[in-house]
Design a protein around this ligand. Structure first.
Ligand code: ATP
Ligand code: MG
Length: 353
């Protein structure tokens, strides 16, 4: 098996992933289980796309179908124009997959032997293969454990090995099912930065990952699909998704006190002001001479960012001392709760990074 990417540039003419009406029903003991119902998805070459959803949402099932490990019961999907159900061999050459918590490999081999074996599987000539193996060991910071047996690796080391393996065949698209699950904060950060570096090396390289870590999806992904019960509830860039829950701009403005001559009712009548409320009164902070001084924080909802100027001018004109101004961004968690009707943490008890 030879990776075509060693010979051809990544085809830009077709979508990296094109799925139409993907459904999957499992025949289980207690009756049929519908894991996916009508998934439509289009991912462009070069995107880092995240599928976010609670346990049982259908994330792994979707990844298995797109990576040819499982057939859909309805619908069609293609990877760079290749049909996942009928052109499986060709799809497999241009993709790779890492599933979190996977124990791929043979315990008795060393890390280096294991990767060398995969390089052979992927059809690489020996020297080229070993060159890549050493390059990946280096890139993932596991060169020092190259001679250690797989059975003696920690979870984090094993996951880095899985990643190193998945990069060996130079895939056009990488499927990552919960890539950082079980990793500590620093190992998870390493893995995320390798994913970014992998994409930066060759334009068009595409990543589809599943996660239920909100912060990971928010930080890493160009676009996100939120799934639950086998359906996509919403998709877009993190910023687009956040805009769904908050239409007005929300600013937090800290002042020493609300000027008596300008009560909140006056501020509320200013153009573009949707709402104003006292958020908290605290002795947060010291003044310039180091003396603790009280502060009032106002939560100001505005039709748009530009309306802030009028509010600030009014406050300053009334003699208020402005201490801080921050824009409050909604979180993906809020988007998720609004769409799914519950927090992601409520449906799983996994440790978070
Ligand atoms: N082989 C199978 N046989 C029967 N039911 C299955 C099978 N695989 C998955 N399912 C069911 O399909 C649904 C979706 O499962 P899937 O593994 O895709 O969810 P997930 O989003 O990956 O969840 P998690 O966050 O727990 O990994 C679940 O209800 C699951 O029980
Ligand atoms: Mg899963």
């Amino acid at each position: 098996m030879v990776s075509p990417s060693q010979h051809e540039p990544i085809a830009r003419s077709s979508a990296a992933v094109e799925a139409r009406g993907i459904g999957r029903v499992f025949q289980a003991k207690g009756g049929p289980v519908t894991a996916l119902q009508g998934i439509d998805l289009r991912i462009e070459p070069g995107e880092l796309f995240g599928v976010l959803g609670p346990n049982g949402a259908g994330k792994s099932t979707l990844i298995k179908i797109l990576s040819t490990l499982l057939l859909p019961t309805s619908g069609t999907a293609s990877i760079f124009g290749l049909n996942v159900a009928t052109e499986t061999e060709r799809v497999r050459r241009i993709m790779n997959i890492v599933a979190g918590g996977d124990f791929s490999g043979y315990g008795l081999l060393t890390v280096r032997e294991q990767l060398a074996m995969f390089a052979q599987f992927y059809g690489m000539p020996y020297r080229e293969g070993m060159r890549r193996v050493d390059g990946q060991l280096e890139a993932f910071g596991i060169a020092d454990i190259g001679d250690r047996k797989i059975s003696a690796l920690s979870t984090g080391q094993r996951q880095k090995l899985n990643f190193a393996r998945s990069f060996l065949n130079d895939p056009w698209i990488l499927f990552l099912d919960e890539p950082t699950i079980g990793l500590d904060v620093s190992a998870a950060r390493d893995v995320r930065s390798r994913i970014r570096a992998f994409q930066a090396e060759v334009p068009g390289r595409t990543v589809l990952l599943t996660t239920h870590y909100m912060a990971e999806a928010d930080e890493l992904c160009d676009r996100i699909a939120i799934v639950d019960h086998g359906r996509i509830l919403a998709q877009g860039t993190p910023a687009e998704l956040k805009r769904m829950v908050q239409r007005e701009a929300l600013f937090i403005v800290g002042l020493d006190e609300i000027p008596p001559s300008t009560p909140l009712e006056t501020l509320r009548r200013l153009p573009g002001v949707v709402s104003i409320a006292v958020r908290d009164a605290a002795d947060a902070g010291n003044d310039i001479s180091g003396v603790a001084s009280p502060m009032v924080r106002l939560a100001i909802g505005l039709r748009d960012d530009a309306s802030l100027a009028g509010v600030i001018t009014a406050l300053a004109g009334a003699g208020a001392h402005l201490r801080e101004i921050t824009k409050s961004e909604p979180t993906l968690e809020e988007v998720f709760v609004q769409l799914v009707g519950r927090g992601i943490a409520e449906s799983d008890a996994e440790a978070r990074p």
